[in-house]
Design a protein around this ligand. Structure first.
Ligand code: LMR
Length: 330
């Protein structure tokens, strides 16, 4: 009760401050990927639409490729209101909620359409509010795409990965996933991945095609297995106190813009990933390995125990809803 009151008073104070000031509200949007990716384009479209519709009241500054904050600092900076919008991948919220671990489970979603259905249904939408006690408010989900496995040697069956060291995001699920097939893992910020692959510090990674191409990972990974084994999506998040401090009439317009941008990002993501897959194939740097149904099934079976391991953290109801999203009808 005390916390609720404190939050309300904090919001009221911030709201008063924002109303009283004549200067435009500044929204800094920081992210870690390149501009020519689903997230990079989404951030730029958000800036463009805000400038067109609210230009005298709100300014947006976009920082790409970790140029303002990297993975290690960005969520702390958001909570300190040093940056107001981020779109970290769903693997990067471990410190604040374990429920989002559902998105990292291997072979849970059949594809991006299933992910989309889960995010739009009640359980998926509830997760946008799962970090509010830490002042982190989810505004929308943005797609990137399904992840592919890359390595210094061809990966056709799970045992091919044994002994290799894979770069992972900050996620216990991803660590367990690779340990399940006898591989090692190193947690690294996204900005460090190219150098780590180039120097041999790690020998493998998992990324959607747009991240592979835009960060040139294919130039240092001779084999990419088209595994589609998991999803890499984002949650667009803001500082809850900052957000509720924005005058209502401006906030609703910002929310309408976010809906429009999210629709555009989510519609474009699959197309961009298909294009970048093509560019990787044409570059001649990496060999793309397609799995037969039998080979893919072997990976699925090897990684399946990961689900049971994390079911309690995620919540059986959330896991059930995620599985059900593979069916068109609920
Ligand atoms: C990663 O660290 O691999 C991704 O989360 C980067 C991103 O934001 O797409």
């Amino acid at each position: 009760m005390k916390t609720v009151l404190a939050v309300c008073l904090g919001i009221a104070a911030l709201a008063g401050a924002v109303e009283a000031q004549a200067d435009p509200i500044l929204i800094k949007f920081s992210h870690v990927v390149a501009e020519d990716t689903p997230k990079g384009k989404g951030a730029l479209l958000f800036k463009q639409l805000v400038e067109e519709r609210l230009g005298d009241q709100v300014q947006v500054e976009v920082f790409h490729n970790s140029s303002l904050y990297g993975d290690a600092e960005e969520l702390a900076a958001l909570r300190d209101n040093k940056v107001q919008l981020l779109a970290p991948s769903l693997a990067k919220f471990e410190t604040y909620t374990r429920q989002l671990r559902v998105f990292d489970l291997p072979f849970l979603f059949d594809g991006l359409d299933a992910v989309d259905r889960f995010q739009k249904r009640a359980k998926g939408r509830q997760l946008l509010y799962s970090m509010e006690q830490h002042d982190i408010l989810g505004l929308a989900y943005w797609h990137n795409g399904m992840k592919q496995l890359s390595a210094t040697r061809p990966l056709r069956l799970p045992e091919d990965a044994a002994g290799l060291n894979f770069r992972i995001q900050q996620s216990e699920v991803l660590e367990t996933q690779f340990n399940q097939v006898g591989a090692l893992t190193t947690r690294l910020a996204f900005s460090k991945v190219f150098d780590a692959l180039a120097s041999g510090q790690v020998q493998g990674a998992e990324n959607p095609w747009s991240n592979v191409y835009s960060q040139r990972f294919h130039e240092v990974q001779p084999y990419i297995t088209e595994s589609n084994h998991g999803v890499l999506d984002y949650m667009l998040v803001t500082n809850a106190r900052f957000w509720y401090s924005i005058p209502h009439r401006i906030r609703t317009q910002l929310e309408a813009i976010i809906d429009e941008v999210s629709y555009a990002v989510n519609r474009e993501a699959a197309r961009l990933n298909a294009l970048d897959r093509q560019r990787v194939a044409e570059s001649g740097h990496s060999q793309i390995i397609s799995l037969s149904p039998r080979e893919r099934e072997a990976w699925r079976v090897a990684m399946e125990p990961v689900w049971r391991h994390f079911e309690a953290d995620i919540g059986p109801d959330v896991l059930r809803a995620a599985r059900a999203s593979n069916l068109r009808e609920e």
